[in-house]
Design a protein around this ligand. Structure first.
Ligand code: TYM
Length: 342
């Protein structure tokens, strides 16, 4: 018998730095779309994932609040979606531990993000960084979430989440955890660096010129786009003409995602244009879409107590969903649960 699970979306963002245009187009913007489609949505600032590499405590708190402000400014309504920070719901750590005992070392060591982050210096990394994907599986399974909107870079982690759920179900002879479906959709599943079209735009890139931050003002956004690396050719009339032109393709994709059009429509509109003409249009569009979000973020950040209140309420609602799932997990795994609660 295969259990059926109600559609439920979970996704998370690390508050390990300011959010970028990549996070916005690949994740946040799509989180809002899912909320507006009326699906149950749970969104989390994964502060416990963030500390798998060193974080200054005060900055981490600030970045978590800023992340929450970005969610709300982008259109997440805390009354309709659940919005909280991971460490306030202890079930993430508890289920994460159980999954550490289900997942295999070999699975973890094959994760490309582990290999990229650890590099040749695996011995010096935290144990948490190695186990990162198992905590991520716990984030999702703690709510029996069935769908996870993410950017392309998280695909392998979601495959591992499926493997952990399947192994748990097999090991204990149950049909308890759902096999999750990754939602990697749209033209902006992998926004690239503005300095190098073969590298992902990332909040941890040492060069600030490589990314647009959600906190950048209009002048900074325009200046970064003006300076973005391109090639000397004009824009082609068809998508095939962007092959082997990663920087050009990236700017076209960003334009498409921001304007809500397919990339083919963008190249058709700008066929034959030089970047000198295309870049100012892209800058205007980016400023028009991002400025209202930045302004709203700045307004929300003036009242940190209110942000903390929203996160606390979200955590209460998240914990209420997690509790029975975690209790059942402990029972399945053979733990005695005899304490009086509540
Ligand atoms: P993080 O914090 O690196 O990124 C958050 C989301 O943004 C997407 N993203 C991008 N999309 C397109 N282009 C880019 N350049 C780009 N950069 C980032 C990511 O794919 C992600 O969707 N491990 C996760 C956080 C996490 C999580 C989870 C996600 C923890 N638990 C459970 C989903 C479900 C991460 O590091 O995302």
């Amino acid at each position: 018998m295969t259990a059926t699970f109600a559609p439920r979306i979970f996704s998370g963002i690390q508050p390990s730095g300011g959010l970028t245009l990549g996070n916005y187009l690949g994740a946040l913007k799509r989180f809002v779309e899912k909320q507006d489609e009326g699906i149950e949505t749970i969104y989390c600032l994964v502060d416990m994932h963030a500390i798998t590499v060193w974080q200054d405590p005060e900055k981490l708190r600030q970045q978590t609040r800023e992340g929450a402000a970005a969610f709300i400014a982008a259109g997440i309504d805390p009354a309709r979606s659940i919005l909280f920070n991971q460490s306030q719901v202890s079930g993430h750590a508890e289920l994460g531990w159980i999954f550490n005992c289900v997942a295999r070392m070999g699975w973890m060591s094959r994760m490309t993000q582990w290999k990229d982050k650890a590099g040749k210096n695996a011995e010096a990394q935290s144990l948490g960084l190695f186990a990162y994907p198992s905590l991520m599986a716990a984030d999702i399974m703690l709510y029996h979430a069935t769908m996870v909107p993410v950017g392309e870079d998280q695909k392998q982690h979601l495959e591992l989440t499926r493997d952990i759920a399947i192994k748990f179900n097999n090991d204990f002879g149950v049909d308890f955890f759902p096999v999750v479906e990754p939602l990697i959709e749209g033209v902006a599943t992998r926004v690239m660096s503005l300095r190098d079209g073969t590298k992902k735009m990332s909040k941890s890139d040492p060069s600030d010129q490589s990314r647009i931050n959600l906190t950048d003002d209009a002048d900074t956004i325009a200046q970064k786009i003006r300076k973005a690396k391109t090639d000397p050719e004009p824009l082609p009339g068809h998508l095939e003409g962007l092959k082997d032109r990663p920087e050009a393709r990236n700017l076209v994709n960003i334009y498409a995602a921001l304007s809500g059009q397919p990339a083919a429509a963008v190249v058709a509109e700008f066929a034959g244009a030089q970047f000198g003409a295309f870049k100012p249009k892209l800058a205007d569009l980016a400023v028009a879409k991002l400025s209202p979000i930045t302004t709203e973020m700045n307004r929300l950040m003036k009242d940190p107590a209110e942000i903390d209140r929203i996160l606390g309420q979200g955590a209460d609602r998240a914990a209420a969903i997690a509790e029975p799932i975690l209790e059942r997990t402990f029972q399945i795994t053979g733990m005695i649960r005899s304490r009086r609660r509540g």
